[in-house]
Design a protein around this ligand. Sequence first.
Ligand SMILES: Cc1cc2nc3c(=O)[nH]c(=O)nc-3n(C[C@H](O)[C@H](O)[C@H](O)COP(=O)(O)OP(=O)(O)OC[C@H]3O[C@@H](n4cnc5c(N)ncnc54)[C@H](O)[C@@H]3O)c2cc1C
Length: 378
Amino acid sequence: MTEAADIVIAGGGPVGSALVLALRDAGLRTLLLEAQSVQSTDRRPLALSYGSRLVLERLGVWSGLAASATPIRLIHVSQRGGFGRVSMSADETGMPDLGYVVDYGRLAALLAEAAASSGASCRHGAQVESWQGGNPALVQYCQDGETKELHTALAVIADGGAVSDAGSEDYRQCAVTAHVVSERPHNNTAYERFTPQGPLALLPDAEGWALVWTTTPERALDLCAADAPDFLAQLQNEFGGRAGRFTAVSARVSHALRRRRASADAGHVVFIGNAAQTLHPVAGQGFNLGLRDAWELAEQIIHDGTDPLGSDAWLQAYRRRRSIDRGGGIGFTHGLVRLFSNEFPPLRLARGMGLALLGSVPPLKNFLARRMTFGARG
Ligand SMILES: Cc1cc2nc3c(=O)[nH]c(=O)nc-3n(C[C@H](O)[C@H](O)[C@H](O)COP(=O)(O)OP(=O)(O)OC[C@H]3O[C@@H](n4cnc5c(N)ncnc54)[C@H](O)[C@@H]3O)c2cc1C
């Protein structure tokens, strides 16, 4: 049987659900297809920018998240074995907070619940198998063992890259995430420490810290298997004493890191969020960028009546609208990974000088903070 909807969204993660919410008053038949039928148990920490908070407020979900979100008011960046460090405070940038630490599962569940009660049709346990560009686009999915087809003016692929995983590059790094406790209070400070194996981020999280430790796949395996005292000793050695003595750690989870960018959108098919670009977590930009993808797509759907929805001209307009923000986010993130993964001594020196320069030129710091907070329009 072939059904029809104005907009079909493949993937009900945080970005797909945010799009459903942004379209709730558009007067369109929106249908969301999500493969999972149970809530995500993924507890990876996400650093939301202040700009994302403003979008989540407009979507009406921030109030449900605020109590469990830990504000970041100071960010401290350094490199292991090299000089140069920089710190950036919310006061310097004129924003109330630099960002907020939340957990992925909670954010995804909140957005999914709000999307389900927005009036849109949300089907869970509906696995998208393929799509085909055309006018209309065709989406094939499987639910309860039955394969179904949908015609739509716009198929939005927000599956995190699960189906369309062509063209990805393995960073040969994994991010180990965990909750850790130390003797010192976090005072709403986030630390990013670059090490030769990858960046290590310690983010304020409730009464303790959320850890995102990027390293080689082999070491990630060892870190996940290590007992608590051994793990804490390795963390102390890598991070140093800034947060005081580490005293406890939760179970650890390892995430393999890939970099990908979707090939061009086909007729009446568009990619957003991680399906469009999957970034290294080093600068905490993936979801923030994906949320702006969803927000701006909804803006164009609602306000751009010049070209037919999903036509080539319409898609080109969306690509143009997103190109600077996306290009900047991808280039900045990838550049950081490459720059800080190289132990060539002159490069280490240049990095130290770069950090020192950034620390001593307030307008430069402010420029960077606003770009990371609001994207290219910062
Ligand atoms: C360790 C780590 C730390 C991170 N830290 C940050 C951070 O600090 N800040 C930040 O902004 N970003 C961060 N990110 C990135 C962030 O997690 C992603 O950018 C974000 O989850 C992307 O959301 P999404 O909805 O596009 O994709 P996903 O979260 O991957 O969701 C995709 C959804 O699609 C569904 N799906 C998959 N296949 C199908 C199918 N065939 N049919 C139907 N549904 C399907 C999935 O079940 C899922 O619900 C981090 C990532 C990692 C790994």
